[in-house]
Design a protein around this ligand. Sequence first.
Ligand SMILES: CC(C)(COP(=O)(O)OP(=O)(O)OC[C@H]1O[C@@H](n2cnc3c(N)ncnc32)[C@H](O)[C@@H]1OP(=O)(O)O)[C@@H](O)C(=O)NCCC(=O)NCCS
Length: 189
Amino acid sequence: MQIGTSSILIRPSTDDDVPAMLEIYRHHIRNGIGDLGSYREEPLQAEDLKQRRKNMKKRRLPHLVAEVGGSIAGYAYAVPFRKRPAYRFTLKHSIYVHADFMYLGIGRQLLPALIEACAQAGYTQIIGYIDATNEASLRLHEACGFERVGLLKSVGFKFGHWTDSVMVQRPLGQGNALSPGGWPPVEIL
Ligand SMILES: CC(C)(COP(=O)(O)OP(=O)(O)OC[C@H]1O[C@@H](n2cnc3c(N)ncnc32)[C@H](O)[C@@H]1OP(=O)(O)O)[C@@H](O)C(=O)NCCC(=O)NCCS
């Protein structure tokens, strides 16, 4: 079953969405789905998330939620790939769907919206790291135009064993076809 696209509202997140986003995040930490499981020992707090949203806004970095029937069904955001100024046109991103809404088509709406918002903001490449066993995320990213560009072996340790990460990448907008000129998506020094 899929949720009809007209029933999914994708919009920028607000501070009011923070509790719902935290619930999604904490669920995936507890259950080890995706890249989160037991990697982060200190649970993310509401204030951390509010601060992160504020910083991202300053840098024109998208932070989106997917809403279904008034509930937050997922969220996605992008952060700078690296802090050094040379990398200022490149982002890395995260996407999380609420357990009750997984595999219903939310990711297929939310990820393209994030890609579009990043391109609109002037960024030119986006990168993701996906646990090598996370079939749904790998398929989602490939369906949204990401290419597998690397396999990072044994870079994680969770639930008693080493895990591999797949690095995926996608150009945004015109990618490297044009020089970005003087336009800065924020110099991060
Ligand atoms: C990975 C995740 C973002 C995908 O979003 P989603 O809304 O659940 O997925 P969608 O329904 O949009 O489906 C996306 C693709 O996943 C694949 N998929 C769907 N159901 C699946 C399942 N049960 N098992 C494996 N793959 C599945 C399909 O290929 C689908 O694309 P298609 O419909 O064009 O074939 C979401 O499941 C999630 O948040 N998982 C837990 C956290 C996580 O892994 N985050 C990503 C970290 S990199």
